[in-house]
Design a protein around this ligand. Structure first.
Ligand code: TXA
Ligand code: MG
Length: 292
């Protein structure tokens, strides 16, 4: 594995290279915001289409403000409560933000990740654009080994251990007095609403109907084998033919996946489990829809 320390990671970024960086959600494939070469390399390494904008990772609120022209009291309140943490805030971008980062949009996604190593890195370089460090459309990485499995030695990795949240940040934008969630994640609408209420702001928080986040495609976070969600009383021995009938194929090596009932624990192990089932040679993943 091509592991680098903090010092080398800074050098690689400043020289226009990419580095995989640890965050609390998933590993990111980072390029320096001030390096068009580094930004290009993110897209070519990931095989990511240019229409999908990148999130800019910053070390603190002060730095976030330098990338935007409309940092509202709602942005401020949410960032104060949630950062460092798994919330990406969309705000109007300044002219200085490279259109390659935003896919030509007038807005930019800003996020302060909760990981000591990456915060240290960000303090040294200012801003790092980073999508999840996986090939486009595939399962996100939550360990340095996952990044290596994805890209081999082509991508240097700053190893910060296993990601503690395990799923991507919530992506939210602000329109007047309404907060719109474009991508669900760790922070729910209720959590954001409560944060704002505590700060004396009574805003509506809604899930955007047709997601405007261009990353929300039909095929995303995809394992290599099919994943089937079954009712709680499903029993593989008796019911496997139902899965076969539905998918038009016979399966013989199911991964019968008992997910933890705690949403936090389920999130933490989600991508790790999907990747493991792929590697273990199963031909289908079966998991139960748990009632709450
Ligand atoms: O947890 C995370 O957010 C991880 C870690 C590495 O920080 N990053 C991540 O990046 O998930 P990525 O590129 O896989 O997903 C970024 C999402 C995409 O759905 C993208 O469309 C959305 O954020 N996004 C970025 N900028 C946006 C903008 N200006 N307007 C709307 N959506 C935006
Ligand atoms: Mg991603």
């Amino acid at each position: 594995m091509n592991l680098v320390n903090l010092f080398s990671a800074v050098e690689v970024l400043k020289a226009g290279g990419v580095v995989a960086i640890p965050t609390e959600t998933v590993y990111g494939l980072g390029g320096w915001v001030a390096s068009p070469e580094g930004l290009q390399k993110i897209f070519s390494t990931k095989e990511r289409p240019f229409f999908d904008p990148l999130i800019v990772h910053i070390p603190d609120i002060e730095t976030a403000k330098t990338f935007t022209t409309n940092w509202t009291p709602i942005h401020e309140a949410l960032a104060c409560a949630a950062w460092p943490g798994p919330l990406t805030l969309i705000a109007d971008k300044t002219d200085a933000v490279d259109p390659l980062i935003t896919s030509g949009l007038a807005s930019v996604g800003l996020r302060c990740p909760d990981h000591p190593l990456t915060l240290e890195l960000l303090k040294k370089v200012g801003g790092v654009a980073a999508p999840s460090a996986n090939k486009f459309g595939k399962t996100s990485p939550t360990t340095a080994t996952h990044v290596f499995e994805e890209f081999g030695d082509a991508v240097p990795v700053l190893d910060g251990g296993a990601c503690k949240v395990g799923i991507e940040s919530t992506v939210a934008g602000v329109k007047g007095n309404v907060v719109e969630i474009y991508r669900p994640g760790f922070f729910t609408a209720k959590m954001l609403k409560d944060i704002l209420l505590k700060k004396g702001i009574s805003a509506e928080v809604i899930y955007a109907e047709s997601p405007v986040a261009p990353g929300q495609l039909k095929h995303h976070y995809m394992p290599k084998i099919p994943l089937v969600i079954v009712p709680e009383d499903f029993n593989w021995k008796n019911d496997s033919h139902k899965v076969g009938n539905a998918l038009g194929k016979t399966f013989t090596h199911p991964a019968l996946w008992d997910q933890p009932r705690s949403p936090e624990l389920a999130a933490r192990s989600l991508y790790e489990s999907l990747r493991r089932f792929d590697l273990e040679g199963h031909d289908v993943i079966i998991t139960k829809r748990l009632s709450s």
